[in-house]
Design a protein around this ligand. Structure first.
Ligand code: C5P
Length: 233
């Protein structure tokens, strides 16, 4: 019997306006192998048959471009973005039209997420309630004061950098967002809101290739990763 694989929906926050990459185009719409970054992020999930809905949070002025990115894909939902990433995702949760077992949240600006990583996060979230990909840290990390003087050296074996997709049982994520809204809490990722409920979050091994488009060189790096991954004829 094949291993149990639950149905999932994914929320893609794509309403950020910033681009350290340059120009006026937000990073999720920069061209990557001839298509916007968001186009690639949508397809990473929609190609999996267990994916029952893709919800994209967008700014109104980019709505038409976002809809083009999802053209031809069934079960696309578009919602308005919010002022902060967390607000965009809250709108996504409200806009869900399906009731899957698992909800994933994935930065639209991470177009190279692999099927392997999505599968591992979904399965771990189904088993543990909450799961996120994370990577060990290569550099030594310092805490500094306002003047730039070092206050402490943090033992790096205790640290991980968090990636997306972050996966949760639907009811757990809804509870975490309700709790955050009630107490006016703004987290930098979804896991942190679940952690505040006191619920454990499982780590799965992240991927270096799952980079978030942030710096000018990242588009070129992402293109190299996607070209390398394409099945050779
Ligand atoms: O700026 P940062 O890299 O943290 O953004 C991560 C993701 O969250 C991006 O895909 C961005 O478009 C999205 N975002 C959003 N709404 C905001 C801010 C960011 O959907 N208000």
């Amino acid at each position: 019997m094949p291993p149990f694989f639950p149905s999932f929906a994914v929320i893609l926050p794509a309403a950020g306006s910033g681009s350290r990459v340059g120009g006026n185009v937000p990073k999720q719409y920069l061209p990557l192998l001839g298509k916007p970054v968001l186009w690639h992020s949508i397809r990473a999930f929609s190609q999996m048959e267990e994916c029952v809905e893709v919800v994209v949070a967008v700014n109104p002025e980019w709505q038409a471009v976002a809809e083009e990115c999802g053209a031809g894909i069934e079960r696309m939902t578009y919602v308005a973005g919010g002022t902060e990433r967390q607000h965009s995702i809250a709108n996504g949760l409200l806009g869900l039209r399906t009731t899957p077992e698992i909800i994933l949240v994935h930065d639209a600006a991470r177009p190279c997420v692999s099927r392997r990583l999505i599968t591992q996060v979904v399965q771990s979230a189904a088993a543990h309630g909450a799961a996120i990909p994370a990577l060990p840290i290569a550099e030594t990390v310092k805490r500094v004061d306002a003047n730039g003087a070092i206050v402490a050296t943090i033992p790096r074996h205790e640290l991980r950098t968090a990636q997306t997709p972050q996966g949760f049982r639907r009811q757990l994520l809804l509870s975490a967002y309700a709790h955050a809204t009630l107490h006016n809490i703004l987290g930098t990722d979804d896991s942190s809101l679940v952690e505040l409920l006191g619920h454990p979050v499982q780590i799965v091994e992240g991927e270096l290739a799952n980079l978030k488009i942030t710096y000018p060189d990242d588009v070129r790096k992402a293109e190299a990763i996607l070209v390398e991954r394409k099945p050779h004829p």
